[in-house]
Write a protein that binds this ligand. Structure first.
Ligand SMILES: [Zn+2]
Length: 68
């Protein structure tokens, strides 16, 4: 399995949906450091994950995927 590349401000699809009203699994990467912060694109809440957890839950990168 190849690793999905990701960068600050990318829109990503996570395996787990945010347990808010819309239950979207689309998030935006808002901080990349030792930990990753992603912002729910439905409710705007920011979640902090370790890089390992982020990469484990990352399903797609909508910004970097080429539609071909
Ligand atoms: Zn949410």
């Amino acid at each position: 399995m190849t690793k999905i590349p990701y960068d600050l401000n990318d829109l990503v699809v996570m395996k787990k949906a945010h347990p808010c009203k819309e239950r979207t699994n689309i998030f935006k990467i808002v901080r990349m450091g030792a930990d990753i912060k992603i912002k729910c694109q439905s409710c705007g809440n920011v979640i902090m994950l370790t890089r390992a957890n982020f990469e484990k839950n990352l399903k797609h990168n909508l910004t970097q995927e080429k539609p071909d």
